[in-house]
Design a binder for this molecule. Sequence first.
Ligand code: GLC
Ligand code: MG
Length: 425
Amino acid sequence: MDRFDGSPNLMLVTDLDCTLVDHDDPDNTHLLRFNALWEAYFRRDSLLVFSTGRSSISYSNLRRKKPLLTPDIAITSVGAEIMYSGQSVLIDDDWEALLDHKWDRDIVVEETSKFPELKPQAEKNQGRHKVSFNVERDKAMEIMEVLPERLEKRGLDTKLIYSNDFAFDVLPRGAGKGGALSYLLEKLKMEGREPLKILVCGDSGNDAELFGFSQAYGVMVGNSHDELLQWHEENVKSNPNIIHATGRCAAGIIEAIQRFDMGPSLSPRDVLGSSGFWIENHEPALEVVQFYLFYEKWRRGEVEKSDKCLQSLKSHFNPLSTFVHPSGEEQPIYGCIDEMEKLHGDMKEKQYHIWLDGVSSSQIGSDTWLAKFDKHEMSAEGNVRSCSTKVLLNYKKKREERGGAAEKVGPDQFSKKKPGAAKEQ
Ligand code: GLC
Ligand code: MG
């Protein structure tokens, strides 16, 4: 949460399964579009929050399978656990202590065992503050009529959530995705860092609580479950700041960013087509994202193999720009581009993708910026190779070329650009 001072420009809170992650798309097309958009334009001043029903173990498993970015905050177990990313992952013990109020896991297990229709989920889905079952909808509704009273009589204050026509979660009253988000917003407020905008994204029953915040914009992705759409119809239908997107999963999230004018909504993946089209604006994060997109498309043979193409790639960088390998060794970008020649098409028709994660940049000289990020490469076999990378970007030549326009090309000026500005180029 402390990557930057001040209020986050946008706090994007998204569910994972069937919201950010489309399990029906083995190519992860929209997820990769979202990743490039987030890293190029939002990472530096916005907060990415994942809010999932998965336990932390099951969340880690998903991260191994899908090209997920590292969020600033991960809310797992339907709001029962909060973790902050940083040098190392930090678990919010204060939050878990709060959830102990009127909660006793053993009593929940004992009382729920009196309903044979409740089939406990696998051990990896259970948690200190989450007891989960599989059960049919009709049965779940019947149990929801009687179970709260029984738990109350035993001194507990609980919340029951039914999702996806199978999942039945018993949680402490304060938990749930809404409870965890309230807690985080309160924390940010106390630090004087309330987000300027909030966008919540979901697809099913356990996401409903996210849509109950009057200050938040919301998107129910195109493939949302009827149970969420119905909850919306019955509870928050009149709120114009909640939309049901047409796009599936991450495409729906990008659609909402555009609809609510929350920043650029044209993913660099959509811009960099086979013609090698490039957004020229000297924002270090965007430039490194675009460089690796070009590299991916080059290796996949989706960019024409020509010297002209590589020259055009070079033209986006100053000859003084260099890659700094983890060993500390520096290599001029032009040298790397020359070496790319022999790699053209070696990943043709293969599941090969690159995504950058945690891109940050800082000005270290009058014309020099240092961009840092983790680069992940998914190979044809589904293996992921990751590498922490640094790039020194030099803008001197570009400024001179523009003669006197130096003041207009700094990253800060760029940040004020309107979404869609790239289309005009
Ligand atoms: C995820 C979790 C599961 C939970 C469900 C609904 O599928 O893995 O344990 O019951 O979300 O919250
Ligand atoms: Mg979901």
